[in-house]
Design a protein around this ligand. Structure first.
Ligand SMILES: [Fe+2]
Ligand SMILES: [Fe+2]
Length: 268
C-alpha cells in the first residue's frame, strides 16, 4: 500500500535528508509523529514482554552464576522498556494504562506454532515475543538470534532523527551486545556435545523462521517512509540480509546449519 505524500511531507523528507532532527518538546509533523510512535510502541512492548518471557529463566538457569546473568538480562530488558515508555509518556501517551490493560505476559502454548507476521493481541510487540521459551537451549537461541536481531535494528536508531531516542539507544545497544555475547558463548558450549548440538540444531530450525519474520515484510508497508523520515537507515530486507550474514559466519564456525526460509510461505 503506497502512502500518499503531501507537498508538506515531501518538504519534510527533504529537510530530514539534509540533517533536520527533532528533540523532546518539539512540535512533530503528523506523519513523523505517527511513524515514530509506531516504532516506539513496538520497541517498548517488545522490551517489556521480552523481560517477562526471560523471567522464569532466572530460576531455571543451570547454575547460580547463570541465574545472576539471566537476572541481569531481565533487568536490562525492563530498563529498556522503561526508557522507551518514558519517551512515549513525554509524547503524551498513557503508558501505565496501556500496560495495565494489555496482556504483555501472554505466550503461545503450542511449542511448534509458526504465526508468520500475525499479531495475536492488542499490544505492539514484535511477534517473536508471543512464543514461549521452553528450554534453556531456547533461551540461548533467543540471545543468539533475537538479541542480535534487535542489535541490528537498534544500530539504525543510533543515527535516528529523533534525538531522545538516539540518546536512549546508546546504553540499550551496549546491553544488547552483552546479551548476544551470552548467546554466542553458550552456542559454542552446546555445540561441543553431540547430543546438545543435535537438540540445538532442532531448536534452531524451529526458531529460525520466527526470527527471520521479526524484520517484517520485504515489500510494501512503511519500509521506505521510515527510512525517509530518518527513523531507520535500512529497509527490512537490508537489515535481515546483514543479520543473516552475521549468523552464517557463527553457524559455520560451530557446524550448525541455517534452515531455509521463504518469506512467501508466511505471507497471507
Ligand atoms: Fe532490550
Ligand atoms: Fe536483549
Amino acid at each position: 500500500m503506497a502512502l500518499e505524500l503531501t507537498a508538506e511531507d515531501k518538504k519534510l523528507i527533504e529537510e530530514i535528508k539534509n540533517g533536520r532532527t527533532f528533540d523532546k518538546g518539539d512540535d512533530l509533523p503528523p506523519i513523523y509523529r505517527k511513524h515514530l510512535m509506531n516504532l516506539l510502541w513496538m520497541q517498548g512492548d517488545s522490551e517489556y514482554s521480552g523481560a517477562l518471557g526471560y523471567m522464569p529463566w532466572i530460576e531455571k538457569a543451570p547454575d547460580v552464576k547463570e541465574k545472576v546473568l539471566v537476572a541481569q538480562i531481565v533487568k536490562d530488558e525492563m530498563r529498556h522498556a522503561s526508557v522507551i515508555y518514558k519517551m512515549l509518556k513525554d509524547l503524551g501517551e498513557d503508558t501505565e494504562a496501556h500496560i495495565e490493560k494489555s496482556d504483555l505476559g501472554y505466550k503461545l502454548e503450542d511449542d511448534l506454532a509458526q504465526i508468520g507476521f500475525q499479531r495475536l493481541k492488542e499490544d505492539f510487540r514484535v511477534n517473536i515475543f508471543y512464543y514461549n521459551i521452553k528450554y534453556w537451549t531456547d533461551f540461548i537461541l533467543f540471545n543468539f538470534l533475537m538479541d542480535r536481531a534487535a542489535g541490528h535494528q537498534l544500530e539504525d536508531t543510533l543515527h535516528s532523527s529523533y534525538l531522545p531516542w538516539k540518546k536512549g539507544i546508546e546504553g540499550i545497544y551496549k546491553e544488547e551486545v552483552m546479551h548476544l555475547t551470552h548467546g554466542d558463548k553458550w552456542v559454542k558450549i552446546l555445540a561441543k556435545d553431540p547430543k546438545d548440538k543435535e537438540f540445538l540444531q532442532e531448536r534452531l530450525n524451529l526458531w529460525w523462521p520466527r526470527v527471520m519474520n521479526v524484520f517484517g515484510k520485504s515489500k510494501g508497508g512503511a519500509n521506505n517512509i521510515y527510512v525517509q523520515l530518518g527513523l531507520k537507515k535500512r529497509t527490512n530486507e537490508e537489515v535481515r540480509k546483514d543479520f543473516v550474514e552475521d549468523i552464517q559466519k557463527l553457524c559455520d564456525e560451530v557446524g550448525l546449519v541455517i534452515p531455509e526460509w521463504n518469506e512467501s510461505e508466511y505471507l497471507q
